[in-house]
Design a protein around this ligand. Structure first.
Ligand code: TPP
Ligand code: MG
Length: 584
């Protein structure tokens, strides 16, 4: 939407708060919204209908929050969801915390009680503001209908600036239903706040100089990139620095796609699961950490990076720097801006640096080849039930470069985090690592598919995560999206079962699921459904799913039921399991 349209198309006159909310969201050019109605927000719903805005009824508000969160990750524009008073609002909590922890911009609306009757045990009444406040970057209570435009403006500014995050507008029923005489000037929004990052700050010049000096001296520097690279859209800047200085790039699950996984300087996932990245961290002599919290998985529970290696830590949130590992140089700023400044500061010696690091860079293809040889038996496995590594290989082969893969919190995310290769830079792999809830895959896939209707979108989820969300198949079908849902069917809460196998000598408790035919369930719900138990059929099934453009396809993949072989860790040499260890 152009600024001219935005300003020439302002409404004016008497309208209710719900209508004003919808008009502001229209001016903001938001994408599809997700929610479930209730009395409090019905004027908002009515305005959406009058204004012809896209809003999808979901079957659980948590899914609406997940879908909006994934929409935001694909577009860097705030995803919008809503929930009604009480249970609608409390169901939003998990999705909002995902966004809070992952730094995803979101606007959530919650209907609240009519203030004429609050605290009188109204139906669905609860202390929702207190429940939701720690789940969001800011909770804004709207106390006057006349202030709706102003406070929605505020919500966008908070959601998209600094470290982005979710903002909740808590709207009492009487504010939503109440009317006000609005002037056209009331309806304005700062266009710079409509997508993240709203503004970019550059690290301090002296800090850039110190960081550049450390990097210039390093013989074996390594970049560790996290999800912040996506929030900053710093892809070109990252590639420019890595290529100009011959510095390999390792990534977290959220940081996958900072540079393409297929790029010769990409050394893959580091941390709990790794191909060759961890073995490059050990002998590194300078680590540049970009947009990464160095959380539990990235650090193998805080044993990485080794304390003797100087760390340059670039992050938009100053207090995140040095939280878990002390930084030799703290770069407080936007990832793209900081990377650009480092490239510039190191530009004069770039040719020399590349020459000096030629042998170092030359190790990468050799190490990757030997990892591939070692992993080949698993990647090419013809065993039945299907090996997870084989499934990942087939995803790599079948998904075109512009695909998006949304990965759920169970093994689906771990295996693909390790083995799935994005072929272009960008947020093409979307795991919910903010809160790592299971159940994100399907609703996240819906949000991503609506955000990128031209792109092939695949959601991969465990059977447990899928069971949680089955109702949203109906949403996906109603939305008419060609989403391919890959269900990793191991008839178990596999992650739990694998840990019980490793740590409790196979004393399984509450970790088995009934064997289900998810393809048949999908067909019964009017979608396409294919059950695959032959690895040789995986490629064709994936291509069939991708070709279906107007309804969802569920691929029910029968994978290993052996709890000894479920963890990617036991397959990739990074973890030795001992009794009592927490390995995953
Ligand atoms: C909401 C929620 N509950 C519990 C967990 C802990 N958890 C992590 S993975 C997992 C197993 C999920 O089973 P499934 O979705 O079938 O995936 P699998 O591990 O079998 O591939 C559980 C229970 C979680 N992450 N989120
Ligand atoms: Mg499972």
């Amino acid at each position: 939407m152009t600024d001219a349209v935005r300003t020439s198309n302002r409404p004016a006159g008497r309208m209710n708060g719900g209508h004003a909310l919808a008009e502001m969201l229209r001016l903001a050019g938001v994408g599809p919204m997700f929610g479930m109605g209730g009395f409090q927000l019905l004027p908002f719903y009515d305005a959406l209908s009058q204004l012809g805005m896209r809003h999808f009824l979901i079957n659980d508000e948590r899914c609406g929050a997940f879908a909006a969160e994934a929409y935001a990750r694909v577009t860097n524009r705030p995803g919008v969801c809503d929930g009604t008073l009480g249970p609608g609002a409390t169901n939003l909590v998990t999705g909002l915390i995902e966004a809070l922890n992952a730094g995803t911009p979101m606007i959530a609306l919650a209907g609240d009680t009519n203030r004429a009757h609050s605290w009188k045990n109204m139906t669905q009444e609860c202390r929702q503001a207190e429940i939701l406040r720690p789940a969001v970057k800011e909770l804004i209570r709207v106390e006057l209908t006349s202030r709706v435009p102003e406070l929605l403006r505020r919500a966008f500014a908070v959601a998209t600036s600094g470290r982005p995050g979710p903002v909740l507008l808590d709207v009492p029923e009487d504010v939503c239903h109440g009317e006000h005489d609005f002037a056209a000037e009331d309806f304005a929004i700062d266009p710079t706040t409509l997508s993240a990052p709203a503004r970019r700050i550059r690290p301090d010049k002296a800090d850039i100089t110190s960081a550049a000096a450390l990097l210039a001296r390093a013989k074996r520097p390594l970049i560790l990139v996290g999800g912040g690279i996506h929030l900053s859209a710093g892809y070109e800047a990252l590639l420019a620095l890595a290529e100009a200085q011959s510095i390999p790039v390792a990534h977290t699950m959220s940081g996958k796609g900072g540079i393409a996984c297929t790029h010769p300087l990409s050394v893959g996932l580091f941390g709990r699961y790794s191909r060759i990245a961890n073995e490059l961290i050990e002998p590194a002599d300078c680590l540049l950490v970009v947009g990464c919290k160095l959380g539990e998985i990235a650090t193998k529970r805080y044993v990485l990076p080794p304390g003797n290696i100087p760390l340059v830590h670039l992050d938009i949130l100053a207090e995140e720097i040095g939280r878990c590992s002390p930084a030799a140089v703290a770069l407080w700023g936007d990832a793209r801006a900081g990377l650009e400044d480092l490239t510039e500061a190191l530009a004069d010696d770039a040719r020399q640096a590349r020459a000096a690091r030629a042998d170092y860079i030359g190790e990468i293809p050799a190490r990757m080849t030997s990892w591939r040889q070692e992993a080949a038996a698993r990647l090419d496995s013809g065993e039945r039930p299907i090996h997870m590594a084989r499934l990942c290989r087939e995803l790599n082969n079948a998904l075109p470069a512009d695909s998006i893969l949304v990965a759920d919190g169970g093994f689906a995310g771990h295996w693909t985090g390790l083995l799935y290769d994005t072929k272009v830079p960008g947020r093409r792999f979307i795991p919910d690592r903010g809160l790592a809830s299971i159940g994100y895959g399907l609703p996240g896939g819906i949000g991503a598919a609506l955000a990128a209707p031209q792109m092939p979108v695949v959601a991969i989820t465990g059977d447990g995560g899928f069971n949680m969300m089955l109702g949203e198949i109906e949403t996906a079908r109603r939305a008419g999206i060609g989403l391919t849902i890959v269900v990793v069917n191991n008839a178990a809460s596999g992650y739990v079962k694998a840990l019980q196998h490793a740590m409790f000598r196979g004393r399984y408790q509450s970790s088995d699921l009934v064997e289900m035919d998810y393809a048949a369930i999908a067909r019964a719900m009017g979608c396409a459904g294919i059950r695959v138990d032959d690895p040789g059929r995986l490629g064709a099934a994936l291509r069939e799913g991708l070709a279906e453009r107007s309804r969802p396809t569920v691929l029910d993949i029968v994978v290993t039921r052996d709890p000894a072989r479920m963890l990617p860790a036991v397959d990739n040499r990074t973890v030795e399991i001992r009794q009592g260890d927490r390995v995953a």
